[in-house]
Design a protein around this ligand. Structure first.
Ligand code: EPU
Length: 416
């Protein structure tokens, strides 16, 4: 099942329900080992969750998933090295660094996986662990992080990194005394993690701000959380509605998590309406070109940059997108151009000449959001598109085929 086929230009109408956030659940699952028994609700059906389940089971953690709710029992967890076979399946495997350092004062893990969209170093994470009193030894891509005792510290992040904020939070919740993270990431997914840790008895203040204060506690226990709706999945389907929708309703959305995205849609003159936690979208015949710059939250999300590029193809004029977070996140443009787009890439900026009309082609998914951009392109293209290497897409879009088929798309999976 590693090919998706799409016959484009179908009208999309009906309701799409947004699943729990990928980038939340991938930190909540490693965080769960800090307590004895925890419950996580609204878990998306994505392969990143399957891969984390594999790691947890390998570590002796009991895991049960039923109707989107996971029960985790880590009372019989064992500390053993997370080998490359496990760590390389996803980026978030490195959240076991912070979690296991906190639980066992020692973790051995091989290099993490994830999308190839830039350098993606994690030096801030390692420096943060060192600030808390840990020693980091790197040998042949194996990371050993040990501490006799973790002690609270003031940590100034050079950049508000999501991953570093998560890892330092995990490592510091049980450290001796107080930790302060300055210039912390304030993405909603961090807030979801803070709520989960606090439900276990952690003492973290400053949710949704760039300064987090963590008062270490001796023990964490219990813990229950509902994963927040995936704002990137929501944005992707809102784009599908603006390109091909007739009253397409995107339901279970947190519109307050998508403010910068809506600002851009307003500037373009897109037809969408927010009704509570629902966004109703319609195709319009003319859209204005825009200039987008990706930024950390609450700025325009880098994860929506590739999907929105597909919409920019329909604008009347020249748009630009400047990517400031990753060095290599334009791999979608090659395939969009093969489908008929006119996009120039220069350094960190692309120029999109619109409007252009797409034709179905054989294209390849290079990374998760490039895959989403290609699905959107295929839905609006004339004829049949085949998308290969879809493992990237399945990592982050829960029930993609089912959700789109239900609203009238002609899209199906095929074995290679
Ligand atoms: N960076 C460093 N050193 C560090 C940490 C980060 O140089 O120690 C740099 C990275 O190289 C990158 C930038 O800082 O250029 C941003 O990195 P950040 O740590 O904020 O991102 P991340 O934690 O690796 C998460 C999401 C990404 C999302 C970004 C930004 C997860 C598992 N991943 O990545 O999601 O793009 O935050 O919002 O939460 C996706 O969903 O498609 C995705 C890539």
């Amino acid at each position: 099942m590693d090919k998706i086929k799409v016959i484009g230009k179908q009208i999309l109408s009906g309701k799409i329900y947004i699943s729990g956030s990928k980038n939340s659940v991938v930190s909540l699952l490693p965080a769960a080992i800090l307590s004895d028994e925890t419950i996580i609700e609204k878990v998306p059906h994505i392969s990143d969750v399957d891969n984390l389940e594999e790691i947890l089971r390998y570590l002796g953690v009991k895991f049960s998933l039923e109707s989107g709710t996971i029960h985790i029992d880590s009372t019989s967890m064992i500390n053993k090295p997370i080998t490359l076979e496990y760590s390389s399946k996803l980026r978030a495997s490195y959240y076991f660094m912070g979690a296991m350092l906190s639980k066992f004062k020692k973790i051995e893990i091989s290099f993490p996986g994830g999308c190839n969209i830039g350098k993606r170093s994690f030096d801030f994470h390692l420096k943060g662990f060192e600030k808390l009193g840990a020693k980091v030894i790197i040998k042949d891509n194996l990371y050993t992080i040990v501490a006799d005792e973790l002690k609270g510290a003031e940590i100034n992040l050079p950049f508000p990194s999501v991953g570093a904020t998560v890892n330092i939070l995990l490592a510091s919740v049980k450290a001796l005394g107080k930790t302060v993270i300055n210039n912390a990431a304030s993405e909603p997914e961090i807030g979801n993690l803070i709520d989960f840790l606090n439900s276990m008895g952690a003492k973290i203040k400053g949710k949704d701000t760039s300064k987090l204060e963590i008062e270490g506690v001796d023990r964490l226990s219990g813990g229950k959380i509902k994963v927040i709706p995936d704002r990137i999945e929501a944005g992707t389907y809102i784009l599908a509605g603006i390109m091909n929708g007739c009253n397409l309703e995107i339901c279970d959305v947190r519109p307050d998590h998508l403010k910068s995205f809506f600002d851009v849609l307003d500037e373009m003159g897109a037809d969408y309406k927010i009704v509570g936690d629902k966004v109703v979208t319609n195709k319009v015949s003319h859209l204005k070109p825009v200039n987008i710059v990706t930024q950390v939250y609450p700025g325009f999300a880098t994860d929506l940059q590739q999907p929105i590029t597909t919409l920019l193809l329909q604008c009347d004029g020249i748009s630009t997108v400047k990517e400031t977070i990753y060095e290599n996140r334009f791999q979608n443009t090659k395939y969009l151009n093969e489908m008929g787009a006119n996009i120039e890439v220069e350094g960190d900026t692309i120029t999109v000449y619109g409007p252009t009309f797409l034709k179905g082609k054989l294209v390849r998914t290079s990374d998760l959001r490039a895959g989403a951009a290609l699905v959107l392109a295929a839905l609006s293209a004339e004829g049949e598109t085949t998308i290969t290497d879809i493992k990237h897409l399945l990592r982050g879009y829960s029930d993609l085929i089912k959700k789109l088929t239900n609203v009238g798309a002609k899209i199906w999976l095929e074995d290679e």
